[in-house]
Each structure stands twice: as C-alpha cells, then as structure tokens.
Design a protein around this ligand. Structure first.
Ligand code: F0G
Length: 457
C-alpha cells in the first residue's frame, strides 16, 4: 500500500562519510546517545515525539488558545480524550512519565506491588520511586522470539491469578497493561486478555490501568489478529479497550501524534482529585498540565487522526515491508513484526561475541558506522550487570537492537537503505568485534556509558 499522505514540508537529513562517522563514534566513546542529530542520517532511536504533524494538526495549533485557565484548547482536548476513552476525568501532562509519576504517587504506597504484562522503564522507575515493587508477568509465549503467536504482549493470566489470590495478593495496588508491549518486542495484547485481566482485577478490587502509549497500533493489530474483532474499526476497538480499564496513563508522543504531550484518564473522582492537586503543584494548572494551548489542540487532532484505518494500514505495511527486507538480509527479528519497531536478534547474528561484550551494541555501532543509522541496544548493555572488576554478574535474556519507526517520517527508500546497510553488516558479521565498558554510572547506565572496541578476544 502507498502512503495515505503526501509531503508538504521537507527537512534535509545529514549525509556523512564513513570516516566522519568513525570519528564521531570515537569522540562519543561509542555511546550513540551522545551523537548530535546532525551526525545521524536515519534516526531510528525512538518513535517517541519524532513523528510528522499533519496539516490539520498545524492548523489546530495555530488556533490554540493560550489563556492561563479554562482555555478553549483544553476543552477541545478534553472533549476528544473523554469521548475516546470514556473516562470522566482527564488531566493533561507534558508527557507519559509525568502521568506515571502523578498517578503512582497518589495510588501507591511503600511495600505495594504493581503487576504488568511488562513495565516500560519509566513506568517501573516511577512505581519504584513511590516505594512499590514493579513486577512483570509476560505470557509464556513471549519467551520464544521466533514463534508467530499473534498476542505475545499478553499478561500471563495464570500467574496474575496466582499472585492476586496468594499471600501477596493484598499488596497488589494496581495492574498496568502496556499496549502495545514495548518492553516485550512491541507485541500486542488481545482484547480477550484485557477482558480477563479486568475481570480478575474487579474480583480483587485492584484497579486496572492502561499504559496506552500505542493504543491505536494495538487496536489495529486486534482487528487483524483477533477473530472476534475482524469487522470492527480500530476506533471501536480502542474505545472498548479504554472502557475495560479503570483509567489510563498516556504518552501522546506516540499515538497522540505529537512532539510533546500526555494525559491521565480516570473514572474515580477521589483519585482524580488527588492527582489534580499534584498536577497543579508540579506540572501546571489542570487545564494545561505543562503544555501550551497549541499543544493541547494538536494532541486533540492527533488523537482523532491516529485511528484512521488508512493511516494504520500503511504503518503496519511499512513495518512489515522492512521486516521482510531485514529477514532477506539474513537477520532474525522478534516475530511476528509489530508496528512501532523491529527488534533485531543481534545475539544470533554475532554468536562469537559474548553477552558481556555486548553483541547488540556491536550491531548498533555497525549500523551507524556503515549507514549513518541510529538504533537502540536492548540487551546486556541495557539490562546486564558486572562486578567491580568488570566480570559479568548478570546478562540480558536476549541481545536485541530496536529499530523504532517514527510516524509519517521515513519512506520506503529510507528503509531500503536500512536493509542494504544490514546486508553489508551480515556479510562481514564474523569480523565484527565486541565492546568493553570504560566508564559507567550506577543507574540508567546506557545513557552515559563510555566504551572501547575489543579488538583481541
Ligand atoms: N510507556 C511506554 C510503553 C513507553 O514506550 C514510553 C516511552 C513511556 C511510557 C513514557 O512516555 O516518554 O512520554 O515520558 N517510550 C519511549 C521509547 C521513550 O522510545 O520507547 P514519555
């Protein structure tokens, strides 16, 4: 399928030489987060806040109302979000993690447990900052990266039931369902899984909260993969999903189609009031929540556009296209391909590089060095640990690299360049070396880490 839009505004991308990129890599000590945008040709680091706005969104932004309290833009946003989600209380925030922090500060207490299909890192961090334990219960199918099961983003219902009914059940303060499951290969969650989770939560009087960052993509995959939903529109699926939950936290930088924005949606008045108080103290008054009026108007328009079937069909199509080209290049991905990202199996591509020499990071560096492509390692650099002498203590279950696909930004020929670069990397795979850490910080080390190539085994 072709793109259901044409391009009105273009932005040049930087075209660099291999030797410039080699110099850049050395300058940043092989930490791709430290590259400047001008040094990157195709940036697949994140699909968050990196999409293109539509003409209708820009027009909505121009009519944004910057009144401090009670702006027209807030009511445009509120009306759209309340209609989509069905929640009575909708509080804007500047992005997803602000929504997490506010909701969790109010909902959680020290010693509580939050269960999830898989927490995104900031969701986990905010639960832990509130003194709670964030525990992941991904379904067993998620462990097999190659299998074609349609809903590998599901929560493990048996484990959920056991925990809720067991000795720790009374400590469970929330169940967070991340749709789609970014921490587990961008896989979708089925409506059946959401419904059964909601039933268990209701029986145990535990709120079920959607982490809805990619709700429209999840809805599209439901219409394609879940028989009972073949005749529904993505919008209908999304409306039903929100209504199964007691509330949501949303990063609108993904399926809100905006560069900045988010919100909290809730039905519980008391909880919403407590969140509102914290919102006013830390984000902004409850009718702007850290955003400009124009941002609220653009977010409202984005939330309406994102469930358009033609938009979602093309987005799934371009991900499937790149997935096929990547497989042809000889690189395995987490199957089946989702929509917001492809997760490359670097461990399998470089069996000669041990986890503590970071095969995923080696692939990310190769993609940059050879094609100017920036990606994100999701393996032992991100999740592993070493002792003070650098000996490995813990490695990640898989050595992956995420190619995140910004919305409405790159075309097929950009992705052809990604696939061609991967082909080159595969040809010389046996000669690719690993890395060792020369400096790191104790938390979230991947953002600031410094590394060196390991040239001898
Ligand atoms: N939840 C999920 C599932 C996410 O993927 C993200 C962000 C957040 C919450 C936090 O939202 O960034 O607006 O504060 N994910 C980005 C990514 C950063 O690249 O996957 P935020």
């Amino acid at each position: 399928m072709y793109e259901p839009w044409r391009i009105k505004i273009v932005e040049p991308i930087s075209i660099t030489t291999p030797s410039q990129r080699q110099q850049a890599l050395q300058r940043v000590a092989y930490n791709l987060f430290d590259l400047r945008a001008d040094e990157v040709t195709i940036d697949l680091l994140s699909d968050s806040g990196t999409g293109a706005l539509s003409a209708a969104q820009l027009a909505a932004g121009m009519t944004g109302d910057e009144t401090y309290a009670g702006s027209r833009s807030f009511y445009h946003f509120y009306g759209t979000a309340a209609e989509l989600t069905g929640y009575k209380h909708v509080l804007p925030t500047h992005q997803g993690r602000a929504a997490e922090r506010i909701l969790f500060s109010v909902l959680l207490e020290a010693g509580d447990i939050v269960l999830s299909n898989t927490h995104f890192d900031t969701t986990r961090a905010n639960a832990e900052l509130a003194g709670a334990e964030a525990r992941d219960l991904p379904c067993p199918e998620a462990r097999n990266l190659d299998s074609e099961e349609p809903f590998k983003g599901n929560i493990d219902l048996a484990a959920l039931r056991l925990t809720l009914e067991g000795a720790e059940g009374a400590r469970v303060a929330a169940v967070v369902m991340t749709i789609t499951n970014n921490g587990a290969g961008g896989q979708p969650v089925s409506m059946e899984n959401l419904r059964r989770t909601a039933e268990l939560c209701r029986q145990h009087a535990v709120p079920m909260i959607l982490d809805a960052a990619r709700f429209a993509e999840n809805s599209w995959l439901v219409t394609r993969r879940e028989a009972a939903y073949h005749n529904r529109t993505p919008r209908q699926v999304a409306e039903e999903a929100f209504r199964l939950a007691d509330g949501c936290i949303m990063s609108a930088k993904k399926d809100g189609l905006v560069h900045i924005g988010g919100f909290i949606g809730l039905n519980d008045r008391d909880l919403a009031q407590k969140c509102e108080r914290l919102l006013i103290a830390t984000e902004g008054f409850s009718t702007y929540g850290g955003l400009a009026g124009r941002d609220l108007d653009m977010m409202a328009q984005g939330l309406r556009e994102v469930t358009e079937p033609s938009y979602l069909e093309e987005r799934a199509g371009i991900a499937a296209y790149l997935a096929e080209r990547v497989r042809e290049a000889g690189v395995d991905i987490v199957e089946p391909a989702g929509m917001h990202a492809l997760y490359l199996n670097a461990g399998r591509l470089f069996p000669h590089i041990p986890p503590h020499q970071y095969p995923g990071h080696a692939l990310a560096c190769q993609l940059y060095q050879q094609g100017g492509i920036r990606s994100a390692e999701l393996g032992s650099l991100y999740l592993g640990e070493e002792d003070e002498h650098g000996n490995p203590v813990k490695s990640a279950p898989y050595e992956l690299v995420r190619l995140a696909l910004p919305r409405r930004v790159y075309t097929r020929s950009h992705y052809d360049h990604v696939a061609a670069t991967l082909e080159q990397v595969v040809k010389a795979a046996a000669s690719v070396h690993g890395y060792r850490i020369v400096d790191q910080s104790p938390i979230l080390r991947h953002f600031s880490i410094k590394l060196q190539p390991v040239t001898t085994p």
